[in-house]
Design a binder for this molecule. Structure first.
Ligand SMILES: Cc1cc2nc3c(=O)[nH]c(=O)nc-3n(C[C@H](O)[C@H](O)[C@H](O)COP(=O)(O)OP(=O)(O)OC[C@H]3O[C@@H](n4cnc5c(N)ncnc54)[C@H](O)[C@@H]3O)c2cc1C
Length: 381
């Protein structure tokens, strides 16, 4: 079905970003996958091209676009199976915290460099002892004069090694009765004494992503780096997680579409028993099922994007999309990989990476079980 999200300017942006991806991303992918990290320089080039935080107002150094520009970036990276260049995490998940909850001085200090690629961002919520149960984090931030002193450990942090700035969730009120109201968010800059980047974690997929542990040992952060009010961290996170889940759903949908397109092409080319494997009834039926799921998914995600851009409050629907789209991707990529036979298991075939990259999507940004908890709650259950 025809999509109606994009105007002429969006289409031009897509063409321009696609050229950037073909020039700067695709040739570097084998190296990035080996080094488990994207080149720092590519972030700067992405900033120069106006592809980071494309929705940010010119006053803050942005290109003045909207969330639909971010959708395009997400889709085009998915098209080439680039799962580690975390532009969407930076532009659409982390920077929006500073944009929405930062005061004028904080915005002036950080936003222009977030758009230029001079600052790469990360967000650190998860800890070795807790992920889903955010209220149980053990990292603390104790006020000491005009500083906060942060102590604790975070893990699985995307952009953990590359980040110049990390939004850290920490407890400012240790009273267990105030578990939710005790969380605050701090902007911690790389190089702050006591802030150490740990080891780059070896993962099943997302080969080009630097995911790492971070530790904070008597890390003194100026009080002016507190984001929003002390104790309002949980509320800020809950507000922003809607967009995070939508971003994951958009990527999963685009991944599934690309996997399907590549599989259709492969089955038309590969022959067995004297005919293309696309001619077997099993192939036709399985791919017809995949195409149906992908088409249904597209209708839901596009509708959600338009409503999100219009400013609607869609906690239930974004959680549903994160759940459904990532489960659908898992089913589609598993079915499709089978048609590649042994080649589907070889790393040189993008389908094998797509398969490994898909798995984590049901885990991060809130596990799919947590999505069901949220949906049920929104249903009044
Ligand atoms: C590649 C990668 C990148 C990541 N990037 C980041 C990042 O940048 N920043 C960040 O902060 N975190 C990041 N994470 C962490 C991720 O968000 C967490 O792994 C996730 O939220 C789950 O937390 P956990 O691993 O502690 O699992 P747990 O919370 O221990 O959950 C274990 C299992 O129990 C289930 N479970 C838990 N509670 C319930 C419940 N109430 N009902 C039913 N089932 C339940 C879960 O669904 C899961 O199946 C990343 C993780 C990965 C793998």
């Amino acid at each position: 079905m025809e999509r109606n999200l994009f105007n002429e300017e969006h289409e031009l942006f897509r063409q321009s970003f696609r050229k950037f991806v073909e020039r700067e991303v695709v040739p570097s992918q084998p190296r990035w996958n080996e080094q488990h990290m994207v080149d720092r320089e590519t972030w700067r080039k992405a900033g120069e091209g106006g592809f980071l935080c494309p929705w940010l107002e010119p006053d803050h150094g942005g290109a003045g676009g909207d969330f639909v520009h971010s959708v395009i970036v997400n889709e085009e990276l998915s098209r080439v199976y680039e799962s580690g260049f975390a532009m969407t995490l930076h532009s659409d998940i982390v920077v929006p915290y500073i944009h929405e909850f930062g005061n004028d001085a904080q915005k002036k200090r950080w936003l222009p460099r977030c758009a230029s690629g001079d600052i790469v961002t990360a967000i650190a919520m998860t800890e070795p002892g807790t992920g889903s149960d955010l209220a149980s984090i053990a990292t603390t931030a104790r006020r000491d004069g005009d500083h906060y002193v942060i102590n604790g450990a975070k893990t699985f942090i995307s952009n953990g090694i590359l980040c110049d700035l990390c939004i850290v969730a920490a407890k400012t009120d240790m009273n267990p009765d105030n578990a939710h109201r005790g969380i605050s968010l701090f902007v911690v800059e790389a190089g702050t004494p006591g802030f150490t980047k740990g080891k780059k974690l070896e993962k099943m997929g997302m080969a080009s992503q630097d995911t790492s542990e971070l530790s904070f040992e008597d890390c003194r952060v100026p009080a002016e780096n507190l984001l929003g009010e002390e104790g309002s961290g949980f509320v800020m996170l809950m507000q922003k997680l809607q967009q995070e889940r939508l971003v994951v759903a958009i990527g999963a949908q685009a991944n599934a579409e690309q996997v399907l397109a590549d599989t259709i092409a492969y089955t038309q080319e590969r022959k067995a028993f004297g005919k293309p494997i696309s001619k077997f009834q099993n192939t036709k039926f399985k791919l017809a099922e995949c195409a149906t799921k992908v088409e249904v998914g597209r209708a839901f995600v596009d509708r959600l994007i338009s409503e999100h851009v219009a400013g609607k409050h869609l906690v239930k629907e974004c959680s549903m999309a994160k759940l459904w789209q990532t489960e659908m991707l898992g089913e589609v990529v598993d079915t499709c990989l089978q048609f590649f036979g042994g080649y589907g298991y070889m790393l040189e075939y993008p389908i094998s990476r797509a398969y490994m990259d898909a798995r984590v999507q049901r885990i991060f940004a809130g596990t799919n079980e947590i999505m069901k908890v949220i949906i049920a709650k929104q249903m009044g259950l």
